[in-house]
Design a binder for this molecule. Structure first.
Ligand SMILES: Cc1cc2nc3c(=O)[nH]c(=O)nc-3n(C[C@H](O)[C@H](O)[C@H](O)COP(=O)(O)OP(=O)(O)OC[C@H]3O[C@@H](n4cnc5c(N)ncnc54)[C@H](O)[C@@H]3O)c2cc1C
Length: 461
């Protein structure tokens, strides 16, 4: 008696007929798509597909839906909460071949790109037009993935996050229907805001294939500076006062002394090993001068040194490269360890309290964890360096992480400011959202009744 093939095998056979060699079941390709950059354990998918168009993504989803096979969207795999790990196997849909910038409108200050385009690729194409796309996570990730995780970066304090930047999306739903969530008008009161529903949904409601984003003109004057402080409280309070005074700062990033030491070692730099702010000002020459003078005055009153300026393009690039490489610099501090990145965000008025209590926890702990943050948004990360095979270290990381999230929630903050829920933050969602979590479950049930879209992510069981 012959045994019927499992649904996943039938689905893969059907997909192979349609996509040919743009479907892979090789060990190496499945391994490559079994993990993100997070701490979480990898898991292989059964197959990986590389569709060429929105219509082909829809076909893949329809076939998977017919056999009840999980579908996991994959941008560039840089996420930090395990969101892209196909925990239940199934088919990973790589958006890698959807890599075209479809249109740029200098007149309307917007662009539409396929989901696999990365933020650096988009910016390379915008440079000659005097435009830029400001959202800049430390990794060169896809705009589809950035929309899916509601990502942000160092510019968010001035230009917002993906929540503010995305004007509209093309999405393949769990039954293969293709929808466009909004037109290009800057305002609309026409119905529910589906764009914002899909932004941050981490592939659990549909697969984003096109993203329309806001662009900005490159400012006349850009000036970046580094400022070292004699105390962490002084650095954080400088940020709080700057934001509360409404100074339109473009970037303000905090690196504590441990992080500065790591960055210096990694990049061969010689910054003072002190709690430090990286700052950037955008505007006209006179507005930049005025804004910078005001922030320098605040910093001086709170124990900051004189700003060390990086005004030329190359100098600025080197300064921000050091900031963006902070995660790799952290990893290099304890080779062989996993990097467990935390991501709380609190209202700006509670930021100093949250950071200082967290540093006290770290002082009492045996783990090493540099602190870095997009502090202008109230968001900061610990890079907990943990040996996976040491249960004592894992337990201590869990304890510190738990205390940090509970502290942020008690301050009306969130467990994740920008990395998303994935699997890493599942256990905090009930505490953060209460009854609203059941509304999210109802939305999931309505849009993905078979539960095939990135199962096990965002919503706790
Ligand atoms: C060194 C480093 C620095 C980082 N710095 C930042 C930072 O400053 N700010 C920040 O926000 N993040 C940061 N990140 C995290 C990461 O880069 C972001 O989460 C990014 O948005 C992930 O994009 P991706 O294309 O790699 O998505 P992936 O990792 O491929 O996927 C992430 C999630 O989105 C889903 N997804 C991906 N593409 C789609 C799609 N087209 N449609 C539907 N769902 C999709 C996946 O299923 C998964 O759940 C950093 C990561 C690293 C390694």
């Amino acid at each position: 008696m012959s045994v019927a093939p499992a649904p996943v095998e039938t689905a893969i056979a059907e997909l192979r007929r349609r996509l040919g060699d743009r479907l892979s079941t090789s060990d190496s390709v499945r391994d490559l798509h079994s993990h993100d950059e997070s701490w979480h354990a990898p898991h292989r998918p059964d197959a990986v597909v590389f569709p060429d168009s929105t219509e082909e993504v829809a076909t893949v989803v329809q076939v998977c839906a017919a056999y009840g096979v999980p579908v996991v969207a994959y941008g560039t795999g840089t996420a930090l909460e395990g969101g892209v790990i196909p925990e239940h196997g199934g088919v990973v849909v790589s958006l890698q071949r959807l890599d075209r910038v479809l249109r740029v409108s200098a007149e309307d200050l917007d662009a539409t790109v396929q989901a696999g385009v990365t933020h650096q690729t988009l910016n390379a194409q915008l440079r000659d037009l005097g435009l830029f796309f400001p959202i800049d996570p430390g990794a060169d990730c896809s705009l589809g993935g950035m929309a899916a995780t509601r990502a942000s970066g160092t510019n968010a304090v001035r230009y917002g996050t993906m929540r503010e930047s995305v004007l509209g999306l093309t999405v393949v739903l769990a039954d293969g229907r293709i929808v466009r969530t909004a037109r290009r008008a800057r305002k609309s009161s026409a119905g529910y805001d589906l764009t914002r529903l899909f932004v941050g949904s981490e592939g659990t409601l549909g697969i984003i294939t096109e993203v329309t984003v806001r662009l900005f003109g490159v400012p006349d004057t850009i000036a970046a500076a580094v400022c070292s402080f004699d105390s962490l409280a002084g650095a954080v309070n400088t940020v709080i006062r700057t934001i509360q005074l409404g100074v339109p700062i473009a970037r303000v990033e905090l690196l504590d002394d441990v992080q500065m030491d790591a960055v210096n070692r990694y990049a061969g730099l010689t910054h003072p090993v002190q709690d430090t702010l990286f700052l950037e000002f955008h505007g006209s020459a006179s507005s930049v001068r005025e804004d910078a003078a005001l922030v320098q005055q605040i910093a001086t009153e709170l124990g900051g040194g004189a700003f060390a300026w990086a005004s030329g393009h190359e100098e600025r690039r080197a300064l921000w490269a050091a900031r963006h490489d902070a995660a790799y610099a952290t990893k290099a501090l304890r080779p062989g360890c996993g990097l467990w990145a935390t991501d709380v965000c609190v209202p700006i008025s509670r930021l100093a309290e949250c950071i200082l209590e967290t540093k006290q926890d770290l002082r009492e702990s045996f783990l090493v964890a540099p602190l870095i943050g997009h502090v202008g948004d109230g968001n900061f990360h610990l890079g907990l360096l943990v040996r996976r095979d040491d249960p004592r270290e894992v337990a201590e990381a869990e304890r510190l992480h738990d205390r940090l999230v509970r502290r942020a929630l008690a301050m009306d903050g969130t467990c994740t400011g920008e990395h998303g829920v994935g699997t890493g933050k599942l256990r905090f969602l009930a505490a953060e959202h209460g009854e609203a979590l059941n509304v999210m479950r109802a939305i999931k049930q309505a849009l993905d009744p078979l539960g095939i879209m990135n199962p096990g992510k965002v919503l706790p069981p």
